[in-house]
Design a protein around this ligand. Structure first.
Ligand code: FAD
Length: 346
């Protein structure tokens, strides 16, 4: 574990006491809130309570006001809503300009973004424009007892250490957090809060990119591992790429996504986008079925928050069984077809 200071330690002439409250950037995809925003609201709530401050969601788009109910139900006290036709689709120029304006006007102390494609694009640009730092790709959040600052935890040096990063000199304290690290809150639809509609200053000519077409590189449930409810995941024990058909048959019956250990990815049996673990994706499905995966710490780092873990392994002493809720000792090539047939009949 290493503790690192974020940003340069040069003196900054800002009154940090002016900066208050925890903000979560709420991502929207296909007209729906992405899970990561809800997960961050749950975690942001804990930070805000510990700091004695309020929790706010930042929602940007066009005709998205209907989504604010879900943000309040997830625990936000306030929603900053910025709507305009130019903001109907994510753009780096438009969205970063909106968030920079909001920060200048309302001065939040902390901003959490998902470590998604959009969040990874937006976070550094906004941080740079407001002169603060950014801790990217966090896997843990807390409060540093000595300073009261947010303690951002992330893997560093190729995943060999976990670094805890503090931002003592700048505001807001900003970071992107991996999807599925935290659980979504149980929604409370009786809850409401303060809706602040902020007019957009973004003009169409400010946006230097033109949206042409959305190309779906990966179709089917496999490309959406972070939001999957069920994952069937294969490791070196799958033996050869053709044997993934046993996992795929079960996944089809269950409506599950396919994951893989790094060993399976390094062997070229599955593309990297399927990798789960410290250097892959972090997932938190309701059911995780680990097939031929030993349970190395780096793999567990990406799936241990799954609600139910089922392990299939022919070695009864495999470490994965210590973590599993249910274990089947056996050859996956024999066990999986039996399971698939059973589930097909349900
Ligand atoms: P193994 O450890 O080889 O386990 C294979 C298992 O399959 C064994 O338990 C065996 O008993 C079982 N088996 C064999 N045949 C069968 C069969 N027919 N039926 C049932 N069971 C069978 N790993 C990740 O997964 N994700 C990461 O993101 C990741 N990041 C890493 C980052 C760093 C910095 C480092 C150093 C390592 C990282 N690793 C990661 C690698 C990790 O340490 C392990 O090497 C890897 O997870 C092992 O993959 P595995 O469980 O598939 O293979």
């Amino acid at each position: 574990q290493a503790i690192v200071r974020q940003g340069e330690s040069k003196a900054v002439s800002m009154d940090k006491n002016e900066y208050k409250n925890v903000w979560v950037y709420i991502e929207v995809s296909e007209g729906k809130l992405r899970n990561v925003g809800l997960e961050l609201l749950a975690e942001g709530r804990k930070l805000a309570d510990a700091m004695g401050q309020k929790l706010a969601g930042v929602l940007i788009g066009d005709n998205v006001e209907g989504l604010t109910k879900e943000i309040f139900a997830a625990g936000a006290d306030t929603v900053y809503l910025v709507q305009a036709p130019e903001l109907a689709r994510y753009s780096t120029d438009g969205y970063s300009a909106v968030i920079v304006d909001l920060i200048k006007s309302y001065k939040p102390s902390v901003i959490l973004l998902g470590a998604t494609n959009d969040g990874r694009d937006l976070g550094p640009r906004v941080a740079c424009r407001v002169g603060t730092g950014l801790t990217a790709d966090c896997t843990g959040l807390g409060i540093d007892e000595a300073t009261g600052l947010v303690a951002w935890t992330r893997p560093a040096f190729g995943g060999n250490i976990m670094a805890t990063i503090l931002c003592p000199d700048h505001r807001p304290q900003m970071g992107t957090v991996r999807p599925s690290v935290f659980k979504r809150p149980v929604p409370d639809y009786a809850k409401s809060g303060e809706l602040i509609r902020v007019p957009s200053k973004v003009k169409a000519e400010d946006i230097r990119t033109e949206f042409l077409k959305l190309l779906q590189v990966c179709t089917g449930p496999a490309c959406n591992l972070e939001e999957a409810e069920i994952i069937v995941s294969g490791g070196r024990g799958v033996g050869k790429p053709e044997n993934f058909c046993y996992l795929e048959d079960l996944a089809n019956v269950l409506g599950a996504s396919i994951g893989a250990s790094r060993a399976a990815v390094d062997a070229g049996w599955k593309p990297q986008m399927h990798q789960i673990g410290q250097t892959g994706k972090t997932v938190g499905p309701r059911i995780y079925i680990a097939c031929g995966i030993s349970g190395a710490i780096q793999h567990l780092a990406g799936m241990s928050s799954s609600d139910i873990i089922i392990a299939i392994n022919k070695d009864p002493d495999a470490p994965i069984f210590k973590m599993a809720d249910y274990g089947i000792v056996g050859d996956l090539c024999e066990v999986l077809p039996v399971l698939t047939e059973k589930f097909r009949k349900i």
